[in-house]
Design a protein around this ligand. Structure first.
Ligand SMILES: Cc1cc2nc3c(=O)[nH]c(=O)nc-3n(C[C@H](O)[C@H](O)[C@H](O)COP(=O)(O)OP(=O)(O)OC[C@H]3O[C@@H](n4cnc5c(N)ncnc54)[C@H](O)[C@@H]3O)c2cc1C
Length: 417
C-alpha cells in the first residue's frame, strides 16, 4: 500500500517526462501520476492518441478508438500531477538519471487554450488544406479541429495555408478572443528525473516499392489510408469510396508484406499487418456483405486472440486467402486494377481483377530529435543511458495490448527510487 509519506517523497522528485502521447505514452502517464508522481507529457501533434486514434477500430475486439482512449483522456484531465505540451518536440537532452535537463520547442499556435471548439470560425474561414488526420484524402478549412474526439478539444491553424492577419476572419467572429496571430514559437527547458520514450511508429513509404505503383495508380492505397476510408469520420464518412471515381469498391485485394521482410525495404516483420488486413477484410464484409476480398500473403502471422479472427476469415466464403507474393499491379483505363501473383499452393501464376488494392505497408520507428542508440532498423535500443526508457513501438513493432503492457512495465521502472 502507498502511504502519504511515500507520495510526499515522490512529489519531491523531479517529474518523469514522457515523449509521445499515443496509447503507450498515455498509459505510462496515468499510471505514474496515479501513484503520486509528477509527469510531463510531450506530444508533437496538436492532439493525443497517436496512431490508435486514427483507426476505424482495433483488434482483437474491434473496439472503436474511443474505447480505452476516452477514459484515459479523462484521467489526464482530472489529474493535477500531469502537465502536458502539444505541438512540442525535444531538441536536446543533457544530464543523467535523477537530473536530466530537456530543451523543448513548441511551434507557434495562434489558437489559445480558451478556445471552446464551438466551430464558429469554420463558417468564415475561406481557405482549405489537406486533412492530414484522414491521410490527406479530403480537405478541412485552414482552421480546424483535428478530429471529432480531439483531446485537447481545441482548434488548430495550419500556418502553411492560413492568411493570418491579412484575412483575420476567424479572429473577428471568435466570441472568446481565442485567436492571436502575434503568438510566436516558444523555446524553453524542463528538468526531469527520468525519461520515457513513446514516439511509436509511422508507415513505410509505399512509393519506394516500385512494382506496386502506389504513386502511379490512385486506387492503390496503404493500410493506414484504408483504415481512414473505413472510419465513420473518414473521407467517405463511413462509406468506402475509391479515390479515382468515388465508386464503392466491390473487389478488394490486400497485398501482405508490402516492403516488409524484404532486404531492399524493411528486413523485419511488422508483427501487426496480417491481423490488420484480416480486420480490414472483416470490416469490409460487415459494411458490404457482397464484397469479394482476396488476401495475398507470404506467411500469415497471427497469434493469441487474433487466431479466432483468422478462423472467422477462413470461414467467410467471400474472403479468399492466397499464398503468394504479388509481383506486379497493372491499371486499366477505368481505374480498375489487375494484380499479378503466383498462387504457390496451386503452382499457378495468374492476374486477378480488383477495384481497389490495399498495401499492408509496415511499421517504421518514429524517434525523438536527440541522439539515441538504435538497432540497424532504427528501433531504439532498450539498453540506453540509465533513466531513459524506450517503450512499445519505438522499440519494436507490437500491437496495442502489448504496447500497454510495455508502458506499465516502464512506468514501474521509472518510479523506482
Ligand atoms: C495498419 C495498422 C493497423 C493496426 N491495427 C491495430 C489493431 O487493430 N489493434 C492493435 O492492437 N494494434 C494495431 N496496430 C498497431 C498499433 O498501431 C500500435 O500497437 C500502437 O499504435 C502503438 O502505440 P504507441 O503509443 O507505441 O505508438 P503511436 O500510436 O505511434 O503513438 C506515438 C505518439 O508519439 C508521438 N510522437 C512521435 N514522435 C514524436 C516526437 N519526436 N516528439 C513528440 N511526440 C512524438 C506521435 O505523434 C504519437 O502521438 C496497427 C498498426 C498498423 C500499421
Amino acid at each position: 500500500m502507498i502511504s502519504d509519506n511515500t507520495i510526499f517523497r515522490m512529489e519531491k522528485r523531479k517529474p518523469i517526462v514522457i515523449i509521445g502521447a499515443g496509447m503507450a505514452g498515455i498509459t505510462a502517464a496515468v499510471e505514474i501520476a496515479e501513484v503520486g508522481h509528477e509527469v510531463i507529457l510531450i506530444e508533437k501533434e496538436a492532439y493525443f492518441g497517436g496512431n490508435v486514434i486514427k483507426m476505424n477500430n482495433y483488434f482483437p475486439k474491434l473496439c472503436p478508438p474511443a474505447c480505452g482512449l476516452e477514459i484515459n483522456f479523462r484521467r489526464i484531465k482530472n489529474n493535477h500531477r500531469i502537465k502536458y505540451y502539444t505541438n512540442t518536440t525535444i531538441t536536446n537532452v543533457a544530464g543523467e538519471k535523477g537530473n536530466f535537463c530537456l530543451s523543448l520547442k513548441t511551434s507557434a499556435q495562434f489558437v489559445k487554450d480558451n478556445c471552446t471548439a464551438c466551430g464558429k470560425c469554420l463558417d468564415v474561414c475561406p481557405v482549405e488544406r489537406p486533412d492530414d488526420f484522414n491521410q490527406n484524402l479530403n480537405k478541412t478549412k485552414a482552421i480546424y479541429l483535428p478530429h471529432d474526439m480531439a483531446f485537447p478539444a481545441k482548434f488548430s491553424i495550419d500556418e502553411n495555408y492560413c492568411r493570418k492577419e491579412e484575412c483575420n476572419a476567424c479572429a473577428e467572429v471568435c466570441d472568446y478572443n481565442a485567436i492571436d496571430f502575434s503568438l510566436k514559437e516558444n523555446q524553453f527547458t524542463i528538468d526531469a528525473d527520468s525519461i520515457i520514450i513513446a514516439t511509436g511508429w509511422r508507415n513505410y513509404d509505399a512509393s519506394l516499392i516500385e512494382n506496386l505503383h502506389y504513386d502511379d495508380f490512385q486506387n492503390v492505397v496503404t493500410n493506414v489510408e484504408f483504415e481512414r476510408m473505413l472510419a465513420p469520420g473518414g473521407p467517405g464518412k463511413g462509406k468506402v469510396e475509391r479515390i479515382s471515381d468515388n465508386k464503392t469498391p466491390k473487389e478488394i485485394a490486400f497485398v501482405q508484406c508490402a516492403g516488409s521482410r524484404d532486404e531492399k525495404h524493411l528486413s523485419y516483420c511488422s508483427a501487426v499487418c496480417c491481423s490488420a488486413s484480416l480486420k480490414h477484410a472483416l470490416n469490409m464484409q460487415t459494411l458490404y456483405p457482397d464484397s469479394k476480398i482476396k488476401i495475398f500473403y507470404v506467411d500469415l502471422r497471427v497469434s493469441g486472440r487474433n487466431e479466432d479472427f483468422l478462423n472467422k476469415v477462413k470461414n467467410n466464403k467471400n474472403i479468399e486467402l492466397i499464398k503468394g507474393k504479388v509481383a506486379a499491379i497493372f491499371e486499366e483505363e477505368n481505374g480498375d486494377l489487375l494484380v499479378e501473383a503466383e498462387d504457390i499452393l496451386l503452382g499457378k501464376k495468374s492476374k486477378y481483377k480488383a477495384d481497389l488494392v490495399v498495401l499492408a505497408t509496415g511499421i517504421v520507428p518514429a524517434s525523438p530529435q536527440f541522439t539515441l542508440n538504435k538497432n540497424e532498423s532504427g528501433f531504439i535500443l532498450d539498453t540506453q543511458i540509465e533513466g531513459i526508457h524506450p517503450i512499445a513501438c519505438s522499440k519494436k513493432p507490437m500491437d496495442v495490448s502489448a504496447s500497454v503492457k510495455d508502458a506499465t512495465a516502464a512506468a514501474l521502472k521509472a518510479i523506482q527510487i
